[in-house]
Unconditional design. Structure first.
Length: 293
């Protein structure tokens, strides 16, 4: 029986660790959208654009770090977490949604959650591959303007990279999907801002912003801020706490709280779509975990 080289085994394991969590989360969001599922090709196209937009987003982050200089390191890298990483990356994912599905097939509030999560999972997939696969890492780091982000990233193609990939599978990858999914609810409300159910507990959220801002823009801005808050808080915890034991309490609390918020927003999005479209829908994952009415 031919022996498998350790290098090949590590490469194969790295690809599995990078891709598997993304596929699992794609299936979860697809099942949550089982009521009126979006075309697979549109979801795949959005994921692909999310994958590609990771590169210019990284170049922008490098430029922002240079502009901020030592300010990026203050307060446990507060600005690095919220402004450089979270704002840049969530804005890039929002741009993908506006560029592709918003103009083609966006006819439900739930679509906002589906497509922003798809963009985020494509984005997270490339990040995973950079950490675990040496060839992807070398290609990425060869892009002009991106190389400074690669300094110190030596895990690709090693057992350490596999371990990091597993950690990211249960932390960073879900965080990307959840933070962007929350933003997606707001984008869905922005698209259908003129319609809301009779009893809408969230309808006055845009009133948090000045009245001169158009309601669709207010929904979108607040969605971006919500995603930046979740994403930035996660990153700040990682930057500031490092490997201290408290991180093992902080990250699960951040993720669980964010997942709970997203589930509530998915439920509300489906409720709005049901009232607006008035069609019978198939049971979804959200129905399975919802308490009886």
């Amino acid at each position: 029986m031919p022996r498998v080289s350790p290098t090949l085994a590590i490469e194969a394991a790295g690809l599995v660790v990078a891709i598997a969590p993304v596929l699992v989360l794609v299936l979860i969001f697809r099942y949550a959208d089982a009521a009126r599922p979006e075309p697979k090709r549109e979801v795949l196209a959005t994921m692909t654009l999310g994958f590609l937009v990771c590169v210019p987003a990284a170049a922008i982050e490098v430029a922002e770090k240079r502009l901020l200089g030592p300010w990026a390191l203050l307060g446990g890298r507060f600005l690095d977490a919220y402004l450089v990483a979270a704002l840049t990356e969530e804005a890039a994912k929002m741009a993908v949604v506006f560029l592709w599905p918003w103009r083609r097939r966006f006819d439900e509030v739930m679509d906002g959650i589906v497509y922003t999560s798809a963009a985020s999972l494509g984005f997270g997939l490339l990040e995973n591959l950079i950490y675990v696969d040496a060839r992807f890492a070398s290609l990425f780091c060869a892009v002009p303007g991106v190389a400074p982000l690669c300094s110190g990233h030596t895990t690709a193609g090693s057992l350490e990279g596999i371990v990091l990939g597993v950690v990211r599978a249960i932390t960073a990858v879900p965080m990307h999907a959840v933070s962007s999914g929350i933003m997606g609810y707001f984008l869905g409300r922005a698209r259908f801002h003129a319609w809301s159910p009779a009893a809408d507990a969230y309808d006055d959220i845009p009133d948090l912003l000045p009245a001169f801002i158009p309601r669709p823009a207010a929904w979108a801005i607040l969605g971006l801020l919500a995603a930046v808050f979740v994403h930035g808080t996660y990153d700040w915890a990682v930057f500031a706490m490092g490997t201290r034991p408290v991180i093992f309490l902080a990250l699960p609390l951040i993720l669980l709280g964010s997942v709970y918020a997203l589930v509530r927003l998915v439920q509300h999005a489906l409720h709005i779509d049901d009232e607006r479209l008035g069609v019978t829908r198939r049971p979804s994952l959200v129905d399975a975990i919802s308490p009886p009415r």
